[in-house]
Design a protein around this ligand. Structure first.
Ligand code: GRF
Length: 222
């Protein structure tokens, strides 16, 4: 099977992007990163991608008066790179309906909560305020409404007594770094199909598209 050509969109730190590049490089994921694109010049992730020898591009939203014009340029850059799957990884831009529809079922996102709980920003603060016992992260296909769309994979992370936003965010981020490669690996292997508005992962035992991270353990792959 041909390797999936993925583009990764970032706006900042790029730690999820780095975990994807590593997973592609060491063979855990049968995909080739063909482009890392940032809408911000100061995104630390750009230098990480360059260091990894991956094609990078800066497409600043500041040069565009309208969202649609920025999204058209983004679409052109993705097509030029031959991207087959777009992976949002901390890409802090709202996308137009037209762009989202054009990449329907070919664009995924990682969000630091167990969706549909806590879409949007400040997820960890809101999770702590709500007193949930499990936080986590979700990889999902992108639909127009923020942080919605068919769920490919989730990881649950227990909330510990004494957690604050920083400690919880750090533990969830570790789970993100395992979950995103896992989800893209499944997609690249052709094991994910969309039925209605649900993503169905080809049955395996144990279920491959979820991680439960018990207290004191990093996860099943360690
Ligand atoms: C991650 O928490 C991701 O879930 C969210 O934005 C953050 C990006 O972090 N969408 P990084 O740039 O991957 O380090």
């Amino acid at each position: 099977m041909a390797r999936l050509r993925i583009a990764i969109l970032i706006s900042g730190r790029g730690s999820n992007m780095a975990s994807l590049l590593a997973a592609c490089r060491d063979g855990r994921v049968a995909a080739d990163p063909v482009l890392v694109l940032s809408n911000r010049a100061d995104a630390a992730g750009l230098a990480i991608a360059e260091g990894a020898g991956v094609a990078t591009r800066l497409l600043s939203h500041r040069g565009f008066a309208e969202r649609a014009a920025f999204d058209a340029a983004l679409d052109a850059a993705l097509k030029e790179a031959g991207a087959e799957l777009v992976c949002l990884a901390g890409f802090m831009r709202l996308l137009t309906r037209g762009f989202v529809e054009a990449w329907r079922n070919r664009m995924i996102n990682i969000h630091p909560s167990l969706l549909p709980a806590f879409p949007g920003l400040d997820t960890h603060r809101r999770a702590l305020a709500a007193g949930v016992r499990f936080a986590g992260c979700t990889v999902h296909y992108v639909r127009f409404e923020t942080d919605t769309g068919p769920i490919v994979a989730q990881a649950a992370v227990p909330v510990l007594a004494g957690d604050d936003e920083t400690s919880l965010a750090g533990r969830v981020l570790e789970a993100e770094h395992r979950l995103y490669p896992l989800a893209i690996g499944l997609i690249a292997a052709g094991k994910v199909r969309i039925e209605g508005e649900r993503a169905v992962v080809e049955a395996e035992d144990p279920p491959p598209a979820s991680l439960l991270n018990p207290i004191g353990m990093a996860g099943p792959d360690r």
